[in-house]
Design a protein around this ligand. Sequence first.
Ligand code: 5RP
Length: 222
Amino acid sequence: MTQDEMKKKVAEAALAYVEKGTLVGVGTGSTANMFIDALATIKDDILGTVASSEVTAERLRGHGIPVFDLNEALAKHGRLSVYVDGADEFDPLKCLTKGGGGALTREKIVAAASNKFVCIVDASKQVDALGAFPLPIEVIPMAKELIMHAAKDMGGSPVLRAGFVTDNGNDIVDVHGLCITDAKAMEDLWNATPGVVTNGIFAHQGADVILMGTPEGVVTIA
Ligand code: 5RP
């Protein structure tokens, strides 16, 4: 089975977590795109969606799936029933690294507004400890040099994501080579660094369920 076939399988498996008549949070990336395509087959069963990026909103609308603004959704309908998204890495505690697509801030917000986070990945994303994938950090532009210095002080090698601006008008610094032995502590450390909007570690708010695509089929890690 190819990597794309595994992604398609987990995207389709995630439909089992979509509750009728509710709002669904939708992530960003190639696996999330496959979930959007699958969601289109049951679009009449749901109230609508909240998107974690402009590109996701566009794809949802392209399928005729209603997209709500998060504030409007929460005010009118309350919390989202489920958030479905991919990840760049996940560890045995279901902590994640996200942000390879640069949508980490809105992803963390929509995940926080949802009752359950279902993470859809292929087996290549499974790691013993986070850190092999460079950690994406969304930063206020005036603080990017400050953040790059902080990353070096932590033993990492920061690289500014060239030619990329987030949906929020900010920069992304990708930090290579960090030794992440305690994902929650590392998430806290970056959260406490002035100029950081969001860091890509989802440890305090990791996945509730991971659907992992393998050549043998979908493995559920709950
Ligand atoms: C985007 C993300 C994605 O979930 C992550 O990059 C995985 O993407 P893909 O499904 O294409 O492998 O965090 O910001």
